[in-house]
Design a protein around this ligand. Structure first.
Ligand code: C2E
Ligand code: MG
Ligand code: MG
Ligand code: MG
Length: 294
């Protein structure tokens, strides 16, 4: 059963359908190990959020930050979300973990507001698994409002997998989230299976261009063509774009030239602790990207 579950997880992971290998057994025990420890991660205070700035070309400042989970288990040490999120999705922990994320991010945003960060938007990742929760939009709105945070300052990042499992339910839930006032974006855009008709039907405002297309932007003519096409399509459908994983000046210059709206990546800043994020803004908010362009 564990192996079947493991296979399911692998199959549903991003671009990662795999066949049985001898390695499978050790992957299974790693999976169980993570699963057993993850059960106690919230109670043991082992989860933390870090925040990565999102920079707007038009506004020449950080307009938003993406909240990203970090887990430091007493015994296993630091485990990447890329490794534990799939486990959480398969055993249902993703629901309490996500509630913890939305709660913690909202509390943080409320605190930043009181410290003068008036119009920052926080982007929060949602799992496709959560879209099977009934009343998801009401549930999320309730958590956010507990902290006096306006849903308009929260953006939920969804992956294309959301549309894949039940397009009708997904578009209904997305409409409800929009109605509550939340912003929506599609994460890792271009790696999944979204068709143009979904894009039209789903009320998302922003596409996050996956970092796999950004990585070789300088040398790959086809990646440049794809990125340019995504940006043009998004704009003609009234959506904005943000490029993920921007690490070099060359990537920045190309993206800006194509009219990409925002960038996120190590070039501008790595994900930062809440304290470091505030300090980063205090020292860098007046700095445009001129220093990074040359
Ligand atoms: P994602 O949502 O696509 O997040 C972007 C990932 O790219 C993050 O990895 C971030 O640290 C990394 N990144 C940012 N800039 C750069 C760069 O310039 N170069 C490179 N190479 N990487 C960069 P991270 O934090 O390890 O998260 C991995 C994935 O785990 C996320 O991908 C997301 O799918 C998932 N995840 C993280 N936090 C949460 C959460 O709170 N809830 C859910 N459901 N999933 C989460
Ligand atoms: Mg533990
Ligand atoms: Mg994301
Ligand atoms: Mg992404």
């Amino acid at each position: 059963r564990a192996e079947a579950a493991m296979f399911e997880v692998k199959a549903s992971g991003r671009n990662s359908i795999r066949f049985f290998e001898p390695k499978m057994r050790s992957q299974t025990s790693r999976f169980l190990e993570i699963s057993n420890h993850l059960k106690h991660a919230i109670d043991n205070n082992e989860l933390e959020l870090v925040y990565q700035p999102q920079y707007s070309f038009a506004e020449q400042r950080v307009v938003a930050a993406e909240a990203l989970l970090r887990w430091n288990d007493a015994e296993l040490g630091r485990i990447s979300p890329a490794d534990f999120i799939p486990v959480a999705e398969s055993n249902g922990f993703i629901i309490p973990i996500s509630d913890w994320v939305v709660n913690t991010a909202s509390r943080q945003l409320a605190e930043w507001r009181s410290q003068g960060l008036s119009d920052l938007v926080l982007a929060i990742n949602l799992s496709a698994v959560q879209f099977r929760q009934s009343e998801l939009s009401k549930h999320l709105a309730a958590i956010v409002s507990r902290h006096g945070v306006d849903p308009g300052s929260i953006e939920f990042e969804l992956t294309e997998a959301v549309a894949l499992q039940d397009p009708v339910l997904a578009s209904l839930t997305m409409q409800r989230l929009k109605k509550q006032g939340f912003h929506l974006s599609i994460d890792d855009f271009g790696t999944g299976y979204s068709s143009m008709s979904y894009l039209k039907r789903f009320s998302v405002e922003k596409l996050k261009i996956d970092q796999s297309f950004v990585k070789d932007l300088k040398d790959s003519e086809s990646d440049r063509a794809i990125v340019k096409a995504i940006i043009e399509m998004a704009h003609s459908l009234g959506m904005k774009t943000i490029a993920e994983g921007v690490e070099t000046q060359q990537q920045l210059v190309i993206l800006e030239g194509y009219g990409c709206d925002e960038i996120q990546g190590y070039l501008y800043s790595k994900p930062l602790s809440a304290k470091d994020f505030l300090e980063f803004l205090a020292t860098n908010s007046k700095i445009s990207l001129d220093g990074l362009r040359h």
